[in-house]
Design a binder for this molecule. Structure first.
Ligand code: S3P
Length: 462
């Protein structure tokens, strides 16, 4: 390992982000009681993707951006700490976050390593932002993030003139130096990734000329929507079935007032819980239903779920509705791989729904799940097997034979969640539908995206 990288690793020990040891066994808690109906009305916290971008774009606008509904999870707070370290002022007053930005091109040299915690979105988007600024920075993260591939952003950002020294395999800790000026490129995404798309677009913000991203497969489009809202000149078109996004460089961003809608990826746990547990009837208010994020609703409905949208409206340029979810018997299906990008974070909990469905559910084309906070194909295969589910792991998905509505056996031995918040929450939902409940090794990672998850669940099942 290069000496500088070792130094960066040491710097992580002085990080302002404190984490509890992750090896403690968690005690079974009362909400893992079998088939207690999920009833009532809830609101899930703000969308994680939109929250990250609100802070980043606000920090690049000149003037005060005000944000309500921001997700106050550890991942978003890692983004906020990094933007503060580069000159932005970010504070909460009452229920509102106020961000005073430095202007595109105005980011300051951070004085210590940027600790990204568990957050791939913070890391990859900030690498993009920094690539167009004449500053250098070191990125560190936890054990999960330090295994995740950064080559996918290093490649295009290097073409734009930034330089990188990463740990073996293109991972964190890494150091980078932004380009001054960066070179505009045209980049076709080799993987369907909104993080890679966004990294290139953010690098393009301070790059003279037009930076182009070609997206063969549509991914979440929050960056495009929000950058436009902040006043960037951005054109989105289609050629030969591919999406072409052009951003005009040396942009001026104008501060905005943002209301962050509820996160569909957090609502997902409750949609599945209410669908699989008899007697459930749950209203989930204010859920973001951007079509690039709403794949789980489509798939659950194909399986027979009873989900109705009420009070459809627009919040901050994003479609939003309240979702009424009632228990319904689910049937196994072949999940269309084309829907994967629009529900990429929802597969762990979809696997739980499949475990309770009647018949076989087949998922394919999910290679990207192997490089999330954990290898979500392997980890969910092991977790569900431990809870008594019949599951077969394939190269790019899972095949699950459901119980047809019968409860699962559950697991009294702690299931390994591998620092992955969505595995922990998915297995909590599996616990609700298990005779013996489910124990997991560590609930702490839930705080990265959904700090109120356990309280909400406890409130619903009493
Ligand atoms: C995100 C994009 C997705 C998603 C992640 C958030 C974003 O990652 O899994 O949780 O905010 O852009 P990929 O771009 O790696 O698919």
């Amino acid at each position: 390992m290069p000496e500088a990288i070792a130094a960066v690793k040491d710097a992580a020990h002085f990080s302002p982000i404190q984490r509890k040891p992750r090896f403690l066994s968690e005690q079974p808690s009362p909400h893992f009681l079998c088939f207690r109906p999920v009833k009532g009305r809830i609101r899930v916290p703000g969308d994680k993707s939109i929250s990250h971008r609100s802070i980043m774009f606000g920090a690049l606008a000149v003037g005060e951006t005000r944000v309500t509904g921001l997700l106050e999870g550890e991942d978003v707070m890692a983004t906020a700490a990094a933007m503060r370290a580069m000159g932005a002022t970010i504070e909460k007053q009452d229920e509102e976050w106020r961000i005073h930005g430095v202007g595109v091109g105005g980011l300051l040299q951070p004085q210590s390593a940027l600790d990204m915690g568990n957050s791939g979105t913070s890391t990859r988007l900030l690498m993009g932002l920094l690539a167009g600024h004449p500053i250098s920075a070191s990125f560190v993260g936890d054990a999960s993030l330090s295994k995740r591939p950064m080559g996918r952003v290093i490649d295009p950002l290097s073409q734009m003139g930034a330089s990188f020294t990463s740990s073996p395999g293109g991972t964190l800790p890494l150091m980078m130096e932004g380009a001054n000026p960066a070179i505009p490129i045209s980049y076709r995404l080799p993987v369907a990734s909104a993080q890679v798309k966004s990294a290139v677009l953010l690098a393009g913000l301070n790059t003279p000329g037009i930076t182009t991203v070609i997206e063969p497969v549509l991914t979440r489009d929050h960056s495009e929507r929000m950058l436009r809202g902040f006043g960037a000149v951005l054109e989105v078109g289609e050629e030969a079935g591919e999406r072409i996004i052009r951003i005009h460089g040396e942009a001026d961003l104008r501060p905005q007032v943002i209301e962050v809608p509820g996160d569909p990826s957090s609502a997902a746990f409750f949609m599945v819980a209410a669908s699989i547990i008899p007697g459930s009837e749950l209203l989930i208010e204010n859920v973001g239903l951007n079509p690039t994020r709403a794949g789980l609703v489509t798939v659950l409905r194909q399986m027979g779920a009873n989900i109705t949208e009420q009070n459809a409206r627009d919040v901050g340029g994003e479609p939003v509705a309240d979702l009424l979810v009632k228990h319904a018997p689910l049937k196994g299906i072949d999940v269309d791989p084309a829907l994967a990008p629009s529900m990429i974070d929802e597969f762990p909990v979809l696997f739980v729904a499949a475990a309770l469905a009647e018949g076989r559910t087949v998922t394919r084309g999910l290679d990207e799940l192997r490089v999330k906070e954990s290898d979500r194909i392997a980890v969910m295969a092991a977790a569900l097997t431990a809870a008594g589910v019949r599951v077969e792991e394939t190269e790019d998905g899972l095949i699950i034979d459901g119980t047809g509505g019968e409860h699962l056996r559950g697991s009294k031995r702690a299931i390994a969640t591998h620092l992955d918040h969505r595995i922990a929450m998915s297995m909590a939902v599996a616990g609700l539908a298990s005779k013996a409940g489910v124990q997991i090794d560590d609930t702490a990672p839930i705080r990265t995206s959904f700090p109120t998850f356990e309280t909400l669940l406890d409130g619903l099942v009493g």
